[in-house]
Design a protein around this ligand. Structure first.
Ligand code: 9MR
Length: 524
């Protein structure tokens, strides 16, 4: 509990507002109360730090949110870049420097989940490929110049190119002589259930206790090398340990829709506890030997959690000094929506996903960003699904990365049609207003797509400097103009508009209390 929370009961309650214009009186009351609270909080905080001998971590270090160098909370909206990287000869994504700038300019993205692959990094055991690193570095430079934060994702699907998938190097394929099927199964994810693929994953998860203990050792050392190589790059915000890890023979075929606890003997629960968590911990510990600064992201296992089933990964430990920087990056793929190409809100999994992932993130204690979600715009009720997912992400105050950048026509998964040079219709949802940087601790934010009203509520935090920056995407979201309101007294707050970035910067007075900012359609 922070000193200002502790003092909350001391500040007087203010009457509820009836209408926006009228909440000046209430807000003035609130501001006065908050100012009183801030003075008392400062006195108490001073007393606390004297008593404890001082706190080495900055006042703005908070494990619940990503923050920038000024202590502002970062909300991450963006895309995966890109599926094309999985199989291109140099493992580079098909995206130009100009298109990277388009990500921020056209959709307001501030974030990219960038696909790396183990076969790119370490094509032979112990040899890290410098030419691959240079290719990645060049893209990171572009991304940084476009103002995008980057999470480096060690991507794999179905292990490797020689096993009907991609990602991991050939020398890691330990199939114990079980043949890989030819032709491969369709759709692609069914190849996980091939006996050869299942055996490969089992050998990997066995770790030091199995006959292939070198694999996890190599994997952790490989991440250490990546962190050493890119830990100083200004675009990098963190590392996603492994994409959609398939549990091998622990995969629970009856799990979908059934909530079974570890005590009830669910194999997936046993996997999460016995195999998965120790693996994550090993990689976290390896990265931390060379990098204490960046966030380390982890995901639930491949399969039912993406559709709203539970994950049982226990709280992971961050050995870094200061507050933990472990973030959660679960994927969201509705099984029914994907299989039937239709969204049924009343039976679908978005609500279950929200409930389960909220539980997970409370257990872990860090921030959450949806590592992947995506679907075909040809799906029946696609706009409703999109709205439900994005509203949910806002409710959770979780960022997201749409799957994926890869350009294509307007009725598929793509959000950009390179042939015509135009954004696809799903862009009207992906390019929504959101707070890119919050000069305090957000308690809620959201954009109501039908009414076009955006609202953010946040509370001051000591040590934070700079304005709250809200991406509006005005060309798309407010063609008839917009206006902004704040709960702080008139004259005490200011705003500026960056037309190139379509970002509204709002500076609110440091009252120590709560601020509410609303953006509404139409000029005032
Ligand atoms: O969309 C991708 C598809 O074109 C590929 O064939 C497939 C196999 O590599 O991967 C798809 O992308 C998946 C991603 O790699 C992992 N999460 C689910 C994505 C959509 O199915």
């Amino acid at each position: 509990m922070t000193p200002s929370h502790a003092l909350a009961p001391l500040v007087p309650a203010c009457p509820r507002p009836r209408a926006t214009r009228r909440f000046y009186t209430r807000e003035r009351c609130r501001a006065r109360a908050a100012a009183l609270g801030a003075i008392l909080a400062t006195l108490v905080a001073g007393a606390t730090s004297c008593g404890s001998g001082g706190d080495a971590s900055p006042a703005t270090d908070d494990s619940r949110f990503f923050t920038d160098e000024q202590g502002r909370v970062l909300i991450l909206h963006g895309a995966n870049v890109a599926s094309s990287a999985k199989t291109s000869p140099d493992r580079m994504p098909d995206i130009t420097e100009e298109e990277i700038h388009l990500l921020s300019r056209e959709w307001g993205f501030d974030y990219v989940r960038y696909l790396l692959s183990w076969d790119g990094v370490e094509p032979e055991p112990g040899r890290y490929d410098e030419s691959y690193f240079q290719g990645v570095e060049k893209r990171l430079d572009w991304l940084h110049a476009a103002g995008l934060h980057v999470m480096l994702d060690m991507h794999q699907d179905v292990w490797s190119v020689s096993t009907c998938g991609n990602g991991n190097p050939g020398w890691t394929v330990r199939n114990d002589g079980i043949a890989v099927e030819s032709p491969c199964r369709s759709p692609w994810s069914f190849n996980y259930f091939q006996p050869a693929v299942t055996r490969i994953f089992d050998n990997f998860w066995a770790g030091d206790g199995g006959a292939h203990g070198d694999l996890q050792q190599h994997f952790a050392a490989m991440w250490r090398a990546v962190a050493m190589r890119f830990g100083d790059h200004p675009a990098v915000i963190g590392y996603d340990v492994l994409n959609e890890p398939y549990p091998g023979s622990y995969f629970d075929k009856i799990e979908a829709g059934v909530r079974r606890s570890p005590k009830q003997g669910a194999p997936s629960a046993a996997f999460d506890v016995e195999r998965f968590a120790p693996f994550y911990q090993r990689v976290i510990d390896a990265i931390r030997t060379v990098d204490e600064r960046h966030w380390i992201f982890f995901e639930p296992r491949f399969g039912a959690p993406g559709n709203g089933s539970p994950s049982w990964i226990p709280r992971l430990d961050d050995p870094r000094r200061g507050t933990p920087r472990i973030a959660y990056a679960p994927h969201l793929y509705s099984a029914i929506a994907e299989a039937a190409n239709v969204y049924f809100p009343w039976i679908d999994s978005v609500a279950a996903w929200e409930r389960e992932r909220r539980t997970d993130v409370e257990r872990q204690g860090g921030p959450m960003v949806i590592g992947e979600f995506g679907f075909s715009w040809s799906m029946a009720d696609a706009s409703r699904y999109m709205t439900d997912v994005l509203d949910m992400a806002d409710r959770l105050m979780a960022g997201w990365a749409y799957w994926a950048w890869d350009p294509g026509g307007p009725t598929g998964w793509a959000f950009y049609d390179r042939d015509t040079g135009t954004p696809n219709p799903n862009s009207d949802y992906l390019g929504r207003p959101y707070p890119q940087r919050v000069a305090g601790v957000p308690s809620a934010y959201g954009f109501d797509h039908p009414s076009r009203v955006f609202e953010l509520t946040f509370t001051d935090r000591r040590g934070v400097s700079g304005a709250t920056e809200i991406y509006l995407g005005a060309h798309r979201n407010y063609p008839g103009g917009w206006h902004v309101e704040a709960s702080d007294p008139e004259g005490s707050w200011t705003s500026t508009w960056d037309d190139a970035r379509e970002v509204l910067a709002v500076t609110t007075p440091a009252t120590g209390g709560e601020h509410r900012i609303r953006v509404l359609p139409g000029r005032e």
